[in-house]
Design a protein around this ligand. Structure first.
Ligand SMILES: NC(=O)c1ccc[n+]([C@@H]2O[C@H](COP(=O)([O-])OP(=O)(O)OC[C@H]3O[C@@H](n4cnc5c(N)ncnc54)[C@H](O)[C@@H]3O)[C@@H](O)[C@H]2O)c1
Length: 445
């Protein structure tokens, strides 16, 4: 993958060529599947983190609150951020972790240490080189969202996970929300009948973050100059993929996508930055609202939207409907059950006693206290560490990481072709049914 330096602070943004991306839609190796492969059990988890900006710092706080997790190494471009993270580790009573801050490839040295798993919370263009290096050096990789941004990168994650027999987990915290885990339990219990449609989105006004002079403002705006499509598909899509048993009996087949015109980010920059500010010369091509429809092999549909620049309340849509006349919709979370005395939506709390996930029952109080995104971050980290310690199959694997991230290049290609359908590669290589009768997401306890 070609890398081009643009933007401030030496950040590199991946350039993505549509033609090479489309050519990359076939697998390059035929190693055996990672579906259903358990972690090796261990008493303690030795962990390294690459990237301790906003997200890495928050993940670190959670990890330090989990028993028998040792944070052994920290890497960031900025030595000050590494020192801050090291202090957090020693303040938690652990030995000072090794530090790596000697340039943008120093993370390689971290992956050569004696570690079980490497967390990656860096800008998007670094996720794949870091995850590949970690797996090739014998470590499991846990990658922030989106895991990858081109089809070639999707395949690189899958091929390397299969070849090294190391897991590549996407850190999709929204799958661990209290509501999402409850709804998954209701789906599995048949409350909604056979699911035929779902809605997923990332609708979040990020204008001030995108244009900030620190943190994500240093890199996250640049894809808006380079790509027109859904730049951040996984927060909404991960939970809906679980409701629909994607890679556990079904699979994304193809998608169509259109983008609205671009107006909001350029208007915001014009209104908030002086004429001489370099941002005023930037040309954004990413439409304000990108709308896609995914069709699954079993014929289900998913509405998938992305809008990070219009002023509006936060939403991931997060809704499903099925044959029994049952439906769930979020924001606020509500359930409609056909034939019940209630003729309108019922608050989801009415179902909490029966359907709250065991992880939330046992760990929810601490998770809410830790606070990250209402507690879902802690539940995700707790669960991943628990799977590592007990030698369980991870809830989320390289196929999920690839398929949930693939809507970025596929939406970009569809938008460029006036909404023409784009096939999802079969990242599982025909194995999507192999574990359809296994316990499934977060149910192996
Ligand atoms: N799951 C969530 O809810 C959630 C929330 C926020 C961000 N994220 C994701 O987390 C990732 C990081 O986002 P953030 O908000 O922390 O951004 P950030 O800019 O605050 O932090 C990124 C950090 O990575 C470091 N970095 C950059 N290149 C590096 C390199 N080559 N080697 C070592 N360190 C390097 C930077 O110095 C910075 O400290 C992104 O992928 C983002 O999409 C996820």
């Amino acid at each position: 993958m070609q890398r081009t330096a643009i933007g401030g602070a030496g950040f590199l943004i991946a350039t993505n060529s549509l033609s090479s991306d489309l050519a990359a839609s076939t697998p390059t190796s035929a190693s055996s599947s990672m579906i259903g492969v358990p972690f090796e059990a261990r008493e303690r988890v030795r962990l390294g983190i690459i990237g301790v900006g906003g997200r890495g710092t928050s993940l670190l706080e959670d990890l330090l609150a989990i028993e028998n997790v040792e944070v052994k190494a920290i890497c960031d471009l900025l030595p000050g951020k590494v020192a801050r993270a090291q202090r957090a580790v020693t303040n938690a009573g652990q030995a000072e972790p090794a530090s790596f801050s000697k340039g943008e490839w120093d993370f390689k040295n971290l992956t050569e240490l004696d570690l079980d798993i490497v967390y990656i919370a860096t800008p998007w263009n670094w996720h794949v080189p870091m995850a590949l290096t970690a797996m090739k050096n014998g470590k499991h990789a846990a990658v922030e969202v989106p895991a990858c941004t081109t089809l070639q990168e999707c395949w690189d994650l899958v091929d390397t996970s299969e070849a090294t027999r190391k897991h590549c987990v996407i850190l999709e915290n929204c799958c661990y929300g209290s509501t999402e885990m409850m709804v998954l339990g209701m789906v599995r219990d048949g409350v909604f009948g056979e699911i035929t449609h779902g809605e997923a989105a990332y609708l979040h006004d990020l204008r001030s973050i995108l244009t900030s002079s620190e943190g994500e403002g240093l890199w996250r705006r640049f894809p808006h100059i380079q790509r027109n499509g859904n730049l951040y598909p996984t927060h909404g899509l991960g939970p809906v993929a679980h409701y629909m048993d994607i890679h556990r009996g079904d699979r994304f087949d193809y998608m169509v996508s259109v983008s609205s015109s671009e107006a909001s980010l350029s208007a915001y920059v014009k209104a908030n930055f002086a004429d001489r500010d370099p941002k005023r010369a930037e040309k954004y091509i990413c439409g304000d609202m990108n709308t896609s429809i995914i069709k699954t092999l079993k014929g289900r549909t998913i509405l998938l939207q992305h809008d990070v620049v219009n002023p509006r309340p936060y939403s991931r849509l997060n809704s499903i409907s099925g044959t029994k006349g049952g439906a769930f919709a979020d924001y606020p979370p509500r359930v409609f059950v056909d034939g019940s005395k209630q003729e309108d939506w019922q608050n989801i709390d009415a179902f909490r006693d029966k359907y709250e996930h065991p992880l939330w029952k046992t760990t929810g109080e601490l998770a809410r206290k830790m606070g990250g995104h209402g507690g879902m971050d802690y539940i995700m980290n707790y669960r991943l560490m628990d799977c590592l310690k007990r030698g369980l199959v991870p809830d989320i694997n390289c196929y999920d990481a690839a398929a949930w991230s693939a809507p970025t290049p596929l939406s970009e290609a569809s938008v460029a072709q006036n909404g023409a359908p784009q096939k999802f590669p079969d990242f599982t290589r025909g194995k999507e049914n192999v574990h359809s009768d296994s316990p499934g997401f977060a149910l192996q306890t």
